[in-house]
Design a protein around this ligand. Structure first.
Ligand SMILES: [Zn+2]
Length: 117
């Protein structure tokens, strides 16, 4: 009885050793796989800036509508009046994070002119 217990114990120990090796190999595989993701992160950063632009456009359009509701007129197409008013949260979002250009409103629709990027 005692002998077979010792045998089982040593077999379990051998199993634990190979498990540790598998974990080590798995960690090495993960670290190797993560190397090609570095350029993908850079591409994602460009996509993120484009997403930020879309969010800025949506935020500005929302604030423009609020301005029109409160004041009974549309803000200037260059957004200078709404940007100067601290009650409206457009001041920090006036430049496109992709092109660096200022946003401006379409004089007919009073929506931010869409960006081609
Ligand atoms: Zn943009």
């Amino acid at each position: 009885m005692g002998r077979s217990d010792a045998g089982l114990h040593s077999r379990r120990r051998a199993c634990q050793g190979s498990t540790r090796l598998k974990v080590l190999l798995g960690m090495m595989a993960v670290s190797l796989l993560s190397v090609p993701t570095v350029p993908r992160v850079i591409v994602d950063a460009a996509g993120l800036a484009s997403d930020m632009c879309a969010k800025n456009v949506a935020d500005i359009n929302t604030e423009v509508e609020r301005w029109a509701f409160v004041n009974g007129c549309w803000p200037k197409d260059g957004l200078s009046d709404i940007a100067a008013d601290p009650a409206y949260r457009v001041g920090e979002a006036l430049l496109c994070p992709v092109t660096g250009k200022a946003y401006e409103l379409d004089p007919i629709t009073h929506r931010v002119k869409p960006h081609a990027h």
